[in-house]
Ligand binder design. Structure first.
Ligand code: HEC
Ligand code: HEC
Ligand code: HEC
Ligand code: HEC
Length: 350
């Protein structure tokens, strides 16, 4: 369809009146939403994001309406005083605490309800692993919102940013053991040439996550020192391939192309990159922090059916929050309606 229209348009510009009329008639049948394009750099550099509104848009971005706030009278009791086993949300007024429990239920366990985390009627019990994980998730969410402003800005995150009504977020990853290799002597090909959707079916190593989003390996292709005197190695060919694998994955997670962040004549040069590349740089550090300090230490808490093929913890990457768009939930902030997830509440004035 699009080729047909383009052909007639060309005929029209080169031909006479008849062709023009014909083109007008034919073009009338070609109406559809136009392609949207946004310049990311100076014009002429090819730094443009093209969005095709006809393609299916990432689902799941509808934000649930906030629950009505509880009436909090001055001096009303705090959860830390009212309840037996509250360790994180101590400073939250009890009525607001109950509201958050209901919100958490709709965000994480709408089918199962309170008993997904609470063992029967004893709400103070920590018998279920899900409650222990959820408590750590409360700390993680506060940490993201209060310490990672360089990435999440004031938009912030709530449990819904990752969970979206599911017990286990849609996008998580485990260390990938790679396809079985017939001969160890042939070396470890890291899943190369075994096309994986993780790297958009490119013939690249297909676990860019363990190297870069768990271990703080340098994400480098360009050798900055010509002849190293100190015996150290620059980026290896494998690191290069893995870098491209990670970058392919990032474009998919954010629903953008490389020029959202880079000028493709020099992927390396920060001066020619867009501000979004700096935001992404912090995003990489944020993801490593969450994996290393929150998800991996929960290893002993997760039951075996939640662990990966090599027995590791579930971990997150850019897609866990982004889910196909460059601003999660299209930039809508939910945390303003749940200020207790921003960070520890300030001490009440006395
Ligand atoms: C996703 C897990 C999860 C769900 C679902 C959940 N809770 Fe909780 N609940 C927790 C966690 C975690 C704590 C402890 C918070 C802390 O330590 O700061 C807690 C603590 C409580 C407490 C305090 C108990 C005490 O004495 O220590 C009450 C009351 C409570 N929840 C009620 C509810 C109700 C009612 C529901 C359903 C509407 C619910 N919760 C759903 C995770 C959950
Ligand atoms: C940055 C993303 C992110 C945020 C924000 C987040 N979680 Fe999670 N959550 C995860 C990941 C990743 C897992 C591991 C998945 C698994 O259990 O297999 C997880 C697991 C859980 C589990 C265990 C589920 C299961 O069935 O094993 C619970 C319960 C949970 N989160 C509750 C919460 C609550 C409550 C909040 C908000 C206070 C929250 N999460 C915020 C990413 C997130
Ligand atoms: C959302 C932003 C973003 C997108 C999109 C993106 N990159 Fe990157 N890229 C980065 C960041 C940030 C770094 C630096 C990472 C670091 O230093 O930790 C980087 C580093 C690189 C490097 C290493 C340069 C060096 O210093 O040696 C290459 C090569 C690269 N990207 C290529 C690509 C390609 C190819 C694509 C498209 C498939 C792409 N990038 C898409 C953000 C992005
Ligand atoms: C904990 C959730 C979370 C994770 C994980 C996450 N991001 Fe983000 N990211 C956000 C939020 C929220 C924003 C919007 C911030 C704002 O509105 O200012 C954002 C914004 C961005 C932007 C700016 C987009 C724009 O239009 O200006 C880039 C680029 C980005 N993230 C890249 C990444 C990359 C790359 C990763 C993985 C290495 C990543 N993010 C992981 C939550 C996350």
């Amino acid at each position: 369809m699009s080729t047909t229209c383009a052909v007639y348009r060309r005929t029209a510009s080169g031909g006479g009146m008849c062709a023009l009329l014909l083109a007008g008639l034919l073009l009338a049948g070609c109406e559809r939403p136009p392609m949207a394009s946004t310049q990311q750099g100076y014009r002429g550099l090819g730094m443009v994001q093209v969005t095709d509104p006809r393609l299916p848009q990432p689902a799941n971005n509808a934000v649930p309406a906030p629950l009505p706030h509880a009436q909090i009278a001055p001096g009303s009791p705090l959860a830390g005083d009212t309840f037996k086993n509250v360790q994180v949300l101590k400073d939250v007024p009890s009525a607001e605490f109950a509201r958050l429990m209901v919100a958490m239920t709709t965000w994480v366990a709408p089918q199962q309800g309170c008993t997904y985390c609470h063992a029967g009627s004893d709400l103070a019990s920590d018998a279920l692993y899900t409650k222990v994980v959820a408590r750590r998730m409360l700390q993680m969410t506060r940490h993201i919102n209060s310490d990672w402003g360089k990435h999440v800005g004031t938009t912030g995150v709530t449990c819904f940013s990752c969970h979206r009504g599911k017990n286990v977020p849609e996008y998580i990853w485990f260390k990938d053991p790679g396809p079985a290799h017939p001969s160890m002597t042939a070396g470890n090909r890291a899943g190369q040439n075994a096309p994986s959707p993780v790297v958009r079916l490119a013939a690249l190593p297909n676990d860019p996550f363990t190297t870069f989003l768990q271990d703080p390996t340098e994400i480098r292709v360009v050798q900055e020192v010509a002849l190293r005197q100190d015996g150290s190695m620059g980026p290896s060919i494998k690191n290069t391939e893995q870098t491209y694998g990670l970058m392919m994955n990032i474009t998919q997670a954010l629903g953008v192309n490389c020029t959202f962040c880079h000028n493709s004549r020099s992927f390396f040069d920060w001066d020619q990159s867009t501000p979004q590349r700096a935001t992404a740089w912090y995003g990489i550090r944020l993801v490593r922090d969450l994996n290393m300090n929150f998800l991996m230490p929960l290893h002993a808490v997760f039951p075996p059916n939640r662990l990966g093929p090599t027995g590791d913890s579930p971990k997150l990457d850019c897609a866990t929050c982004h889910q196909g768009v460059h601003k999660p939930l299209n930039g809508v902030s939910m945390v303003g309606d749940y200020p207790e997830l921003r960070g520890a509440a300030p001490a009440p004035a006395n």
